[in-house]
Design a protein around this ligand. Structure first.
Ligand SMILES: NC(=O)c1ccc[n+]([C@@H]2O[C@H](COP(=O)([O-])OP(=O)(O)OC[C@H]3O[C@@H](n4cnc5c(N)ncnc54)[C@H](OP(=O)(O)O)[C@@H]3O)[C@@H](O)[C@H]2O)c1
Length: 310
């Protein structure tokens, strides 16, 4: 086990965060139609009131709107918030200098001088991990980010990023990946274990499997938009899992399926960042932390999800 570096220790102390993809995104989430800025403001306020201090955004969310909304809200609170944002490796900006320049854009939109975590949103098929990490080193040197993370990196790429940063004395803080009760690849392929071994915080995105794990969708009542097609097959199989989650939630004083799904990730050693479209969803999700499933319950849930994917 590598000892967790002092610079990135704060990430390991966070149990639960808040995702901000919903903040301005029309294509996947229907922002502006089924919910609006006022709802997002409520999500922010409720989350803060429940002790959430880590918010994950990206320059591409709502084409910058997510970062701008965050900036607006930050101005109106005196609570300390840990900010994570992301660089998207568009093919037209792949030099080492592209990263500090993109981060400047994010800092302007958020209205801060530095963020707590700057992540590469996706690995680039064109540019090496080494080149990207050199850009990240520049961002750290210029004081524009406190720590460096990656997202959607498999083990090989993750190790290359880790080694390049290590040559500059900078720890790799996190790898943000798709991880939920219904998507357990990172557990099966050893990424989670490798993260723990190297002191890299694994941040779990789509922890509610984009709403499926809340139990509100079924083959008869599929989610709207892109998700209906994406999840048509999976939806036919998840009823026994949802039932088990409800039963387990009852043993903890009536925790909901969403709360069980988030707690399962916490028990696995990941940091879930659920997205929410309104205060009610945010409040419910925040109740996913502050308690623990038993080892036996975690094992039962594991077994059930293995069955689904057989
Ligand atoms: N790095 C990456 O490539 C990447 C990719 C995806 C996401 N992310 C990050 O991870 C965050 C979370 O992932 P995600 O937004 O994809 O999915 P998620 O957190 O699994 O699901 C969020 C969606 O589920 C529904 N929902 C949330 N809480 C609910 C509740 N308590 N009750 C009922 N419905 C609820 C809402 O949609 P409906 O009401 O419409 O069902 C909400 O938009 C994002 O905001 C983003 O910050 C990163």
């Amino acid at each position: 086990m590598t000892e967790i570096s002092n610079a990135t220790r704060f990430l390991h102390a966070i149990e639960l965060g808040l995702g901000a993809w919903q903040w301005g995104d029309r294509v996947m989430w229907g922002y502006g139609a089924s919910y609006n800025d006022k709802d997002i403001r409520d999500v922010f306020d409720v989350s803060l009131s429940q002790g959430i201090r880590f918010i994950d955004t990206a320059e591409i969310y709502g084409s910058g709107r997510s970062e701008r909304l965050l900036g607006q809200f930050l101005k109106e609170t005196d609570q300390p918030i840990l900010i994570a944002t992301k660089y998207f490796p568009w093919p037209w900006r792949l030099t080492k200098r592209s990263l500090p320049s993109a981060l400047k854009g994010s800092l302007n939109r958020i209205g801060v001088e530095t963020v707590d975590l700057y992540q590469i949103h996706w690995p680039s098929p064109i540019v090496s991990q080494e080149r990207m990490m050199e850009g990240m080193v520049e961002c750290v040197k210029q004081g524009m980010t406190r720590t460096v993370g990656i997202s959607n990196f498999g083990q090989t790429r993750m190790l290359r990023a880790y080694s390049t940063l290590a040559q500059h004395g900078i720890p790799l803080a996190s790898n943000q990946v798709h991880y939920s009760l219904l998507t357990r690849e990172v557990e099966k392929n050893g990424t989670l274990a490798r993260c723990k071994e190297l002191g890299i915080r694994l941040i779990a995105y789509s922890p509610l499997e984009k709403g499926l794990l809340t139990g509100k969708y079924s083959p008869e009542k599929p989610p709207p938009g892109v998700r209906s097609q994406q999840y048509a097959e999976l939806l036919k199989k998840i009823n026994p899992l949802l039932k088990l989650m409800t039963e387990i939630g009852q043993d903890h004083g009536g925790k909901t399926n969403a709360q069980v799904a988030l707690n399962w990730l916490i028990c696995k050693g990941a940091l879930p960042i659920p997205g929410a479209k309104n205060a009610k969803q945010a409040l419910e999700n925040d109740g996913g932390a502050g308690w623990k499933l038993t080892d036996e319950q975690v094992a039962k849930l594991d077994e059930m999800t293995d069955e689904i994917h057989k």
